[in-house]
Design a protein around this ligand. Structure first.
Ligand code: ZN
Length: 62
């Protein structure tokens, strides 16, 4: 049995900043293997969002 899934770079538009970004073949393969859908945000916005979440958690009331 042979997995013959060919991934190519794909251009997507970020839903946050609206800029086009490349969803690379490697990332697609990773997302696909995890059963995830394609990202809606560019790397920058995802990173910013992640940092915001981390900061919110670190400084959160507890
Ligand atoms: Zn963005």
């Amino acid at each position: 049995m042979e997995a013959r899934v060919k991934f190519e770079d794909q251009r997507l538009d970020c839903c946050d900043c609206g800029k086009p970004f490349i969803f690379s073949a490697g990332e697609r393969a990773f997302f696909w293997s995890k059963g995830l859908t394609q990202p809606r945000r560019c790397k920058e916005c995802r990173e910013r969002r992640r940092l915001t979440l981390v900061q919110a958690r670190a400084g959160g009331e507890g």
